[in-house]
Design a binder for this molecule. Sequence first.
Ligand code: DGY
Length: 421
Amino acid sequence: MDDLDEQARAILKGNDRGGYTVPTGGLYPYQWNWDSVFAAAGFAEHDLSRAWEEIETLFSGQWSTGMVPHIIFHKVDPSYFPGPDIWGGVGPLPSSGISQPPIAATFIRALHALDPEGSEARVRALIPRLRDWHRWFFDWRGEGGAICVSHPWETGRDNCPDWDGPFANIQPEGVEQYYRRDTTHVKEDERPRSYDYDRYLYLVKLGHDCGWDEAHLKEVSPFRVADPTMTFTLLRANRDLLALSQAFGEPTDEIEGWIAAIEAGSEQLWNPEIGAYDCLDMRTGEHTGVISSASFLHWFAGVGEDRMLAHYDRITSDVRFSMPSTDPAHPQYEPRRYWRGPVWGMMNWLIATGLHEAGHEDRAEALRLNTAEVIRTGGFAEYFDPRDGSPAGGRNFTWTAATWLGWASPNTKGITCPVSS
Ligand code: DGY
């Protein structure tokens, strides 16, 4: 028995608001999309029914368009900005107007494997919802099979250097004066700059003002960037949705079509100049030139074979704790500033799952041990400094606790994502 196991369970319990879990109190007091899927994977270690409930609550916010929002504002909390009025989501519950990396199908499949009979009805109810969501991505975010975002927050990697180029082309006009709450919870130099916030809010206003009309946004938004997190997690999620659909006698043709299209389209993210996957700005046709932790999700998606392996070995031997969110060799690397450098445990979980499936068991296991060590060093922080493992951002963080229980802990049985088909 490890004290950290108990601490992690206590964090999930403490962040449980009844049917859904907040990433951490104060800083993020609502239900976030992929945070909740990780929370479910953490709950699955000791309370499978609660794990399913987390996912079902997330899908209760699904829009009629199929989109599953990145934030659902179940109960208004003034500690967070921008709240539901600024977003003006048009779904069944107050919500934001953008989505987040679609990892739900992958973890739903993993939860199902833990108790196939007991979870049958729940999975059956979720399959059409997953299909509608994935179709929304394909219809509104697909660009020849590469998946775009309309806002950096959609990728989860809010302020990574990938957005520096696209943001330089945005003049954030018409944004009213606002008061940030995040820097009342976390040190300013561990959060995005106000330059970025102005542009985040400009893009939120653009969506709000057109009632989140995707056809309009596709036409006019200055920000439309194909991203490896979205492309690779959606490709992987489609493989898992296909496996579930086959098992449940649900239609598969459409999903097979998506897989083939994204397998081919993900090639657009390959930047031969740096020999790596990065983002592609659809407005300028330019690659962003940044190797990020998301670049290494291609194994998770089952594409690209070992073309990133040399970069992987270089970066992991460069820092004490991996995987830094931005390549330390990049001039914009900042080891403590949110997505410009710090290590995020849940990204490691996804990367290692892919490494393992690609036959790199040694690297997968090394990354798991390294993640366990960073959590032992820095606690259940939101993210960590790659140089020394010191904690940064929010504390008592749900997805770090979940990553510990579901994967990194040496004691728990953990959650295994079944090998993608
Ligand atoms: C924030 O508020 O920092 C979130 O990442 C937005 O999703």
